[in-house]
Design a binder for this molecule. Structure first.
Ligand SMILES: O=C(O)CCC(=O)C(=O)O
Length: 224
């Protein structure tokens, strides 16, 4: 079972339409992965729009109003949410299956990410229509006890879904139209006793050895 909190009325239709317009009008750049400043187009292909500070702050305020409900649902203490990312997926864009944080073997900044939140701003539809997109399914993957489980979500525009940051999920390639979402991560405290379960050390490379494989290939560890 996937533990998801769905808030259907997070934004109304007018707010979704205004944000879609704003996203379309605003310049953006390829979204990167946590802790990297270069895009990884084999892993995550979407455009992150640089919306004005006023819009970002308004969205952060709306998200923080839901913090208590999210804490109650997941039984977690949360501190803040990360700067929301305003995303535009065009045909061919996707995000491979990944986890956002809070996974025991990875001891980087992602360990503070406890709950991921995605706000859907447009509707999915098989037939191309104005303001809808095809493909671009948001799909949860089961965990170790149920690895073949797949749970696609197609919430109505204005819906926020929240889930534990360690839940594997993906966005399948968009086939038509434009898909708009806003994503953020609620952060929490990690107990001070927690240490990396595994420290990965890279052995020095012998002279004249072939270059290592790119860390950005599919199946490599990645954070949204
Ligand atoms: O855009 C979405 O629907 C989700 C994106 C995502 O999975 C992420 O940023 O971690």
């Amino acid at each position: 079972m996937i533990d998801v909190l769905e808030i259907g009325d997070f934004l109304d239709a007018r707010a979704c339409a205004d944000l879609r317009d704003e996203l379309q009008r605003t310049a953006g750049s390829p979204a990167t992965l946590l802790g990297r400043n270069k895009a990884a187009p084999l892993v995550r292909r979407t455009t992150r729009a640089a919306l004005p500070a006023a819009t970002r702050e308004r969205m952060t305020g709306l998200l923080m109003e839901r913090k208590a409900a999210i804490e109650r649902h997941f039984g977690l203490a949360l501190t803040s949410c990360e700067e929301p990312q305003f995303l535009l997926y065009q045909p061919g864009d996707f995000f491979v299956a990944h986890q956002d944080g809070n996974t025991p073997l990875v001891f980087d900044d992602s360990r503070f990410r406890k709950v991921s939140a995605v706000i859907f701003l447009s509707a999915q539809s098989q037939e191309p229509t104005a303001d809808s997109y095809g493909g671009g399914s948001f799909v949860f993957h089961g965990s170790y006890s149920d690895p073949m489980l797949r749970v696609p979500m197609a919430p109505a525009p204005g819906t926020l879904i929240a889930f534990r940051a360690e839940t594997t999920h993906e966005v399948t390639p968009v086939t038509h139209g434009e898909r708009f979402t806003i994503v953020t991560w609620f952060r929490g405290v990690t107990p001070p006793g927690r240490r990396p379960a595994l420290r990965l050390r890279t052995a020095p490379r012998p002279k004249h050895s072939p270059p290592r494989r790119s860390p950005d290939g599919p199946g490599q560890c990645c954070r949204g």
